[in-house]
Design a protein around this ligand. Structure first.
Ligand SMILES: Nc1ncnc2c1ncn2[C@@H]1O[C@H](COP(=O)(O)OP(=O)(O)OP(=O)(O)O)[C@@H](O)[C@H]1O
Length: 334
């Protein structure tokens, strides 16, 4: 059975820029362009893409918080536009941008308050809150004020709130962003625990490791378009006949030092990331097909006046799949 179905969803935002120079200039952003995908019941599905790719917009549409301009979407079989109440009963949502807790209440009091908003029967709600505090590992901090919570604790509380009414489908927007490695690992364990309980999870992330370890299937999204969908191993297999080089350079003045590589025979895609702009340190990924030559790439780079710190031939990761399809890195560039 399909838990989520999106068919040709498009969404454009029109806003006014507020810069003093271009006061009121109209800005049009096509956040989603004909996006389609399906998620089976019980699946963990990752939407992987960089900042601004359209991931949160997609989650907001599926959560009935935003209306699509065109296209159709169904959650748990219900139409997000025509049956929003039924959709809301079926989902738990944890949006990165909106934690919205009451800081002067404890974690437990917050959950009990939100349970009352969901009209959960008070006796049942108390047990449910205890169960969720334990699932999320928040028992010890349950009676502290939320204003004293760390970012990780607030993220866990956010997921607990999404689970209060025991919905079959969960939408988690960047569930581990800004967390220390331990808290991030804990959240990932919780997501896998939820999968074991039969929940369907749609998570958005710009972290390829997270998408890889958690998702049954991943959709790679960039600039409002889905570029590829498949299991992490499927996606990596699509580029397994290519050679992926990771080259670290120092003393690079500008992109011109490596951009000309694109013209070399056999270079199918490449993307860079500035590691330390003041020292000109750049991490460069180059994807070659069978016509490409490592020697030619290195000779080309040595002709410029930067230094090569390391060259590695690596196994494909989801980030390389992203580079292959977009010619960009997933992480932000300087
Ligand atoms: N309410 C809005 N008004 C105008 N533009 C918007 C609005 N919401 C989103 N956008 C724009 O739509 C695009 C997609 O944004 P969205 O938040 O969906 O991306 P994202 O993939 O979730 O990235 P991030 O992780 O940075 O939130 C961006 O260019 C964003 O600036």
């Amino acid at each position: 059975m399909l838990a989520v179905e999106a068919r040709n969803i498009s969404k454009t935002f029109i806003s006014r820029e507020r810069s003093s120079f271009y006061r009121g200039r109209k800005k049009v952003v096509e956040a989603l362009k004909n996006v389609s995908f399906e998620i089976s019941s019980g699946e963990v599905f990752g939407l992987l893409g960089p900042n601004g790719a359209g991931k949160t917009t997609m989650i907001k549409i599926l959560s009935t918080l935003l209306l699509p301009d065109s296209g159709e979407a169904y959650v748990n079989g219900y139409d997000v536009v025509r049956e929003p109440e039924k959709v809301r009963e079926s989902i738990g949502v944890s949006l990165y941008s909106d934690r919205g807790f009451y800081w002067k209440l404890s974690g437990r009091e917050n959950l009990l308050y939100f349970a009352s908003l969901y009209h959960l029967e008070p006796g049942w709600a108390k047990d449910r809150v205890d169960e969720l505090l334990s699932l999320l590992g928040l028992e010890e901090d349950a009676d502290r004020l939320v204003e004293e919570y760390s970012t990780g604790m607030k993220s866990k509380l956010n997921i607990a709130r999404a689970l209060l009414h025991d919905p079959p489908v969960l939408f988690l927007d960047e569930p581990t962003i800004g967390l220390d490695p331990n808290s991030a690992r804990k959240i990932r364990e919780i997501i896998l625990e939820l999968k074991k309980k039969g929940k369907t999870v749609l998570l958005t992330t710009h972290n390829m490791f997270e998408a890889d370890v958690l998702s049954d299937r991943v959709a790679i999204i960039n600039k409002g378009k889905i570029l590829a969908v498949g299991s992490p191993s499927d996606l990596k297999r699509r580029i397994s006949s290519k050679s992926i080089l990771e080259i670290e350079l120092i003393g690079v003045k500008d992109n011109g030092a490596f951009e000309t590589l694109r013209g070399l025979d056999g270079v199918v895609s490449m993307a860079h990331q500035w590691l330390d702009p003041s020292a000109g340190r750049v991490d460069l990924k180059v994807i070659l097909d069978e016509k490409g030559s490592l020697r030619e790439v290195l000779e080309h780079l040595l002709r410029t006046d930067n230094k090569m710190l390391s060259v590695k031939s690596i196994e494909p990761t989801l980030e390389d799949v992203f580079v292959y399809y977009t010619g960009e890195r997933l992480e932000s560039q300087a």
